[in-house]
Design a protein around this ligand. Structure first.
Ligand SMILES: O=C(O)CCC(=O)C(=O)O
Ligand SMILES: [Fe+2]
Length: 340
């Protein structure tokens, strides 16, 4: 198991950030409000913001029950709320009339945590401040192209032999932020695990994988993970280069492959069902996934076809559908879309 100081965003694609006391009180309120609201949605079909299972997962907002859509294996064990492109909806239930306000505040906290991590990436790569917002935002705040989730895992998540509570994937984002519902800071990731490819002995799939949990989880800490849209900006997987500097650059900020593994113990942890807030910082759909300027300076051949984030997303979604069968432990999917 790694400790905090041994996790580096630029090397491992994952790190943790502390929340301020004001941020902590907002996420606490969000989890409390969401869990009460979920308890009150006893007939999903009557929920006024039920997500239509045929709706495009890229831009939907609303509630989805356990199971999600037929095409989404990611929601087999999860129910919850999805907010896309800056949209916030309100839900009136018997016990609460502040759902919309609470979620608006929560979205802002998550966005600001994501931008804090982005500022660190920009500074490490020697990019001007706000480079990511200015280049991939198309004059609109990235808060209006991002998506975030507040989900509750079912108590029986991942109990079938070899089944995962959430399958192996990388997020289709620049980076993502996850906060878990525990009022106290607890060790580990409550089942969230990330992998590193090792040079050691090979498994059947050709890759030796070690799974680690982040050092802590709870309202006071956010786990930041590099997403697969960032790999595109770093020209990972493009033409092979003989230039060592280019090869080194491409190894920076690897997209973080992760999964959620739950056992009975994990479910009973803290006497509460597992809940997580997840923020996917996404470029504007029409912005081109332009590689970093340093690649031009190093004379790296640029892709002839200019890919927008919107078309890249469609492409990885269809890759994901094709590899849907491979979702058990140790599967080696590199880019999978977390379809709401
Ligand atoms: O629940 C977690 O810990 C992680 C959730 C996640 O990876 C996702 O929603 O993409
Ligand atoms: Fe994820």
């Amino acid at each position: 198991m790694k400790n905090e100081s041994s996790m580096e965003l630029s090397r491992d694609g994952i790190r943790q950030l502390s929340l301020t006391s004001e941020e902590i009180s907002i996420v606490k309120k969000a989890f409390h409000c969401a869990s009460k609201t979920l308890d009150e949605i006893v007939a999903p079909n009557l929920c006024e913001h039920l997500i239509d299972p045929n709706q495009d997962s890229y831009s939907c907002s609303g509630y989805h029950p356990l199971g999600g859509t037929l095409s989404s294996k990611y929601n087999k064990y999860r129910e919850g709320f999805v907010f896309s492109n800056g949209e916030i909806f309100d839900l009136q239930t018997d016990s609460n009339d502040h759902f919309g306000d609470t979620m608006r505040e929560t979205g802002s906290v998550l966005h600001s945590l994501a931008m804090k991590a982005v500022a660190e990436v920009e500074s490490t790569l020697g990019l001007p401040a706000n480079y990511i917002q200015d280049t991939y935002g198309k004059d609109v705040s990235l808060a209006h192209s991002s998506q975030w989730h507040l989900k509750r895992y079912s108590a029986s998540a991942g109990h079938d032999d070899g089944d995962l509570a959430l399958g192996v994937h990388t997020d289709p984002s620049i980076l993502s932020v996850v906060v878990h519902d525990s009022p106290t800071l607890e060790p580990g990731g409550w089942g969230l695990q990330y992998s590193q490819k090792l040079d050691g002995p090979r498994t059947d799939s050709g890759i030796s994988i070690e799974w680690n949990e982040p050092p802590y989880h709870g309202h006071g800490v956010a786990t930041v993970m590099i997403g697969s849209a960032f790999a595109r900006i770093m020209q990972v997987g493009d033409n092979v280069s003989k230039n060592e500097k280019v090869r080194q650059l491409r190894r920076l900020y690897p997209p973080c492959r992760h999964r959620v593994v739950m056992s009975t113990d994990a479910t009973e942890h803290l006497g509460r069902q597992r809940m997580a807030l997840t923020y996917f910082l996404r470029p504007s759909p029409l912005s081109i996934l332009t590689p970093l300027p340093i690649f031009l300076e190093l004379n790296v051949r640029q892709p002839r076809k200019k890919l927008t984030f919107g078309s890249w997303y469609k492409k990885v979604s269809s890759n994901y559908s094709r590899s849907r069968a491979k979702t058990k432990q140790n599967s080696s999917i590199l880019v999978a879309v977390d379809s709401y």
